[in-house]
Design a binder for this molecule. Structure first.
Ligand SMILES: Nc1ncnc2c1ncn2[C@@H]1O[C@H](COP(=O)(O)OP(=O)(O)O)[C@@H](O)[C@H]1O
Ligand SMILES: [Mg+2]
Length: 323
């Protein structure tokens, strides 16, 4: 298994549950494991009955397991503050107000959360030397994946910017004013520097996601979830990322043999329909179904989490990254 493991899927299908279970399995197998949660509802705190925040904290009773919860709202704020700071260094005070207005607007665009989170994911991956495995309870999707094309885009932009500035430096030199000074300035140009850093950051993300990450999609045994999963597989594929396996969660349990009442009949019918769907999933998708997890009566936490973990047929052992 790769170092970075993502569990994607729509809200409520069981990503946090499944990724927590997988992280627990890795940790109990002796891997130093970090679980990264992004749920605004703070559900890893519920799962482990412990509060977490932006700094990885060890789970009580599991010495190899750390959890961090990233708050998307906070990430967007930090992101926007950073942009504001950077811009106000470079423009006149009059424009700062306008920038503030624009930033407020950008804050409310639907993609802002995802973009800020993705930025944070990249940082977490970059700073993860002390862990053997990092598990994310969500996976980048359509809009965010588009950011992976950023290196080319920024690359062109930087090249053109540098060209333009070099040209003007040439002119300076011809006019014999401030030769050296102008050249030195270009090298330390804050805008060029910033763009270069961003380019490198997304280059790193792309390489890491392609070579050292595994993607699993969590789904429920219903038509809507099947369609969503199909779309998610395709959207990852567009960026050269293959989904490694599917987890079908929340499957209805069999009633007792002798239960002939209304409840028993209802469950039996449901079980039959879901079995057909699961068969269909096995046929229609290229990816293997790595787990079929029954719906529990109660929320999955504590001992139940270890039960669910035992049902996950997802490899733990670390493989060296692909070249
Ligand atoms: N197999 C299951 N049996 C019972 N409850 C489950 C199961 N899987 C998830 N849940 C519950 O469903 C809710 C949503 O699950 P969660 O893992 O938080 O979904 P997601 O992270 O995809 O939004 C949680 O309350 C969780 O405890
Ligand atoms: Mg969740």
């Amino acid at each position: 298994m790769e170092k970075f493991v993502f569990y994607g899927g729509k809200g409520g299908v069981g990503k946090t549950t499944v990724s927590s279970a997988y992280a627990l399995t890795c940790a109990r197998a002796g891997l130093r494991t970090l679980l990264v949660s992004t749920d605004p509802a703070h559900s890893t705190s519920d799962v482990f009955d412990q509060s977490f925040d932006d700094d990885p904290r060890r789970v009580e009773g599991d010495e190899n397991l750390w959890v961090m919860e990233i708050d998307p709202e906070e990430e967007v704020d930090d992101h926007m503050q950073e942009i504001r700071r950077r811009m106000s260094d470079q423009v006149s005070a009059g424009i700062v107000n306008e920038i503030d207005r624009q930033i407020e607007l950008a804050h409310r665009t639907p993609g802002a959360h995802e973009a800020a989170l993705f930025d944070r994911f990249i940082e977490v991956m970059r700073d993860s030397d002390e862990y053997d495995r990092v598990v994310f309870d969500t996976s980048p999707t359509g809009g965010t994946l588009r950011l992976l094309s950023l290196p080319e885009f920024l690359g062109d932009w930087i090249d053109r910017l540098v060209q333009k500035r070099t040209k003007s430096i040439d002119l300076f030199e011809k006019a014999a004013i401030g030769e050296r000074e102008a050249r030195r300035k270009l090298e330390s140009d804050p805008i060029v520097q910033h763009l270069k850093r961003r380019k490198e950051k997304f280059e790193f993300a792309r390489e890491t996601l392609r070579n050292d990450a595994a993607f699993f999609l969590v789904m429920n045994p219903d038509e809507l979830s099947i369609r969503e999963t199909d779309r998610a597989v395709e959207s990852l594929r567009e960026y050269g990322l293959e989904v490694d396996g599917l987890v079908v969660n929340g499957v209805t349990p069999d009633p007792d043999e002798d239960d002939r009442g209304r409840g028993g009949r209802y469950l039996r019918e449901r079980v039959a329909t879901e079995r057909e769907r699961i068969d269909h999933i096995r046929e229609a998708f290229d990816q293997p179904v790595v787990a079929v997890i029954e719906s529990r009566v109660e929320e999955v936490k504590g001992d139940l989490l270890a039960d669910v973990a035992a049902e996950l047929d997802v490899e733990v052992e670390r493989e060296p990254p692909r070249a």
